[in-house]
Write a protein of this length. Structure first.
Length: 152
């Protein structure tokens, strides 16, 4: 990285995951099998792990928890440390009241309210919001004693 180019979130994420993987016992050195073992533990491909560790890409939101578990940290700590989540939003597991729970809006309405009108951006944003809703429902079911998990 040159001095004129700031470190991206993907670069920070890759550097941190590599450090945590090494600390968790993965052999991340040259010639080691740490990348393959990390790929196995996270359900990601070895090439996706390589791109992530080099800071070329961030994993999908659905992969953060598996990565955090594989490197012995919490998802919140991992995302806060690299700046994906702001520190002030960290609630140490406390449930945050969501004002829209009583009258939820659709991902399409959220995109409209946010002023996202470009079709390509909407095609990326709306599925991400739908995935976030599925993950929240799964979390809520697990928190209330249910064991069902949606896939998607």
């Amino acid at each position: 990285m040159n001095a004129a180019q700031p470190e991206t979130a993907a670069m920070k994420f890759g550097r941190l995951v590599e450090q945590l993987a090494d600390e968790a016992g993965y052999d991340m050195g040259r010639g080691g099998n740490g990348r393959a073992k990390l790929a196995e533990a996270t359900g990601m491909s070895v090439s996706a792990i390589g791109r992530m560790l080099r800071g070329e890409t961030l994993p999908g939101p659905h992969q953060y928890q598996r990565i955090a578990t594989a490197v012995n940290t919490s998802t919140n700590d991992l995302l806060i440390e690299v700046g994906i989540l702001p520190r002030e939003d960290h609630t140490d597991g406390a449930k945050v009241e969501v004002r829209s729970q009583n009258s939820p809006i659709s991902p399409e309405m959220a995109a409209d309210l946010l002023g996202v009108s470009e079709p390509t951006i909407r095609r990326m944003l709306i599925p991400s919001m739908e995935q976030a809703q599925r993950l929240q429902r799964d979390f809520d079911r697990r928190s209330s004693g249910g064991t069902a998990m949606a896939r998607g």
